[in-house]
Design a protein around this ligand. Structure first.
Ligand code: ZN
Length: 166
């Protein structure tokens, strides 16, 4: 049972902090409603301040760390979700694919990326994951992405790829 005298404390790793009311900074707030987001990736809590009685919402989400990306030339860069979305979006430009489908493809790629459980990952591996998703989603986008991504040695290799998706 919730005890009104104990401020809500959220633990994130080793740090902990008290959930203060954003209106009056009072530290005693009560959760009035808890809900899982539709996608199931975050918990939404409605809270009410004991002092000013205003309500506010907090979102809890698991924090994840993506692996560092190793570029072809050996440079290490931070993983960027925006970049991934941009290159997937570019491959799918003017294709009959909804934003929801793009989002879904991007989250599936990221899920696989995280499940590899590696701290560093070659950019080529991300390219493979992208190709895998595009192949399921849209053959034209797949060929587009693959032709830019893999620098084909010869025409034969390219036509093999095109035949593969026919
Ligand atoms: Zn308050």
């Amino acid at each position: 049972m919730y005890d009104a005298k104990v401020p809500i404390t959220i633990f994130t790793g080793l740090r902990s902090f008290i959930m203060k009311c954003p209106y009056c900074s009072h530290t005693e707030t009560q959760v009035v409603e808890t809900r899982m987001s539709e996608e199931g990736d975050c918990i939404r809590r409605r809270r009410q301040c004991h002092h000013c009685e205003k309500r506010f919402t907090t979102y809890e989400r698991a924090e994840v760390t993506f692996p560092t990306v190793i570029k072809k030339d050996g440079r290490r860069i931070d993983y960027s979700s925006d970049k991934l979305r941009a290159s997937v979006g570019l491959a799918l430009r003017k294709r009959p694919i909804s934003i929801e489908q793009v989002d879904k493809a991007v989250s599936q790629i990221e899920e696989k990326l995280l499940n590899l459980g590696q701290r560093e990952i070659p950019s080529a591996k991300i390219g493979e994951l992208v190709m895998h998703e595009l192949k399921k989603l849209d053959k034209v986008a797949y060929v587009r992405f693959a032709s830019v991504y893999r620098s084909f040695e010869d025409v034969e290799e390219f036509s093999l790829l095109v035949n593969e998706v026919k």
